[in-house]
Design a protein around this ligand. Sequence first.
Ligand code: PLP
Length: 282
Amino acid sequence: RIVYLNGDFLPFAEARVPIMDRGFLFADGIYEVSAVLDGRLVDNEAHLARLDRSLGEIDIANPHTIPEWIGLQTELVARNGLTEGLVYMQVTRGVYERDFAYPPAGTAPTVMMFTQAKTVAANPLAETGARIITVPDLRWKRRDIKSVALLAQVLAKQQAAAAGVAEAWMVEDDAVTEGSSSTAFIVTKGGALVTRPLSTALLPGITRKAVLRLAEEAGLALEERLFSVSEALEAAEAFYTSASAFVMPVVAIDGHVIGEGHPGAHTRRLRELYLDMARAGV
Ligand code: PLP
């Protein structure tokens, strides 16, 4: 596997980062993930725009322009012969003697990218639907920043893994904030698509945005508002979205069956529409 590190394309085993990297010491960095389908990056410019915004929010100068990022990603995908999977990008505040405050201006950021081969379109879990659990949201207050500080999500996902399910939805003040690595949606018995409105309390999902646009085009009623776990348990359908899961049906929450216990019609339709969009090379 070939990875990218600070200007070089290297074999995986040769890509090394010093122990004083601020990503390692403080999780002082930003990441982004774009899917690859049929050898093409999916909705990638939106991911790069969010990367730029996240970096700006923590005062790291974006090391590359959007066209430069696309050039590097495309080369990495080609060098790895990747047709389906993910491209992971990470920028940290670089390497400097350990001190909480920022290192001197001009300290080079650490820029890293790798690919992962993965079946994202014909994912068998999308056929059966995922079972999920709910967990308390233990995170900080700037969840709109795609920071590599992911300990709360690590703990949430491990609880899901220990329970033998695919995802954990995080709950705060009786409302679902989002999944540990996804955006949470429900479809009410009245047929309305409900998801939490954007704020600093959650990540502005790129897949969320695309799905809301596709749902609107398909004529679904949209409600961007908070929803509780008990409302989710009573919903007709539930699903979550992310760059790697696309639109993933949810068939059980905390052991309670959702709807008919199989992927709902609106959810299946939205997954198809999303796959069509991705294959059209958006
Ligand atoms: N929310 C959180 C906390 C995430 O980590 C992710 C993706 O990793 C998402 C939502 C989904 O975002 P996107 O659709 O941009 O992948």
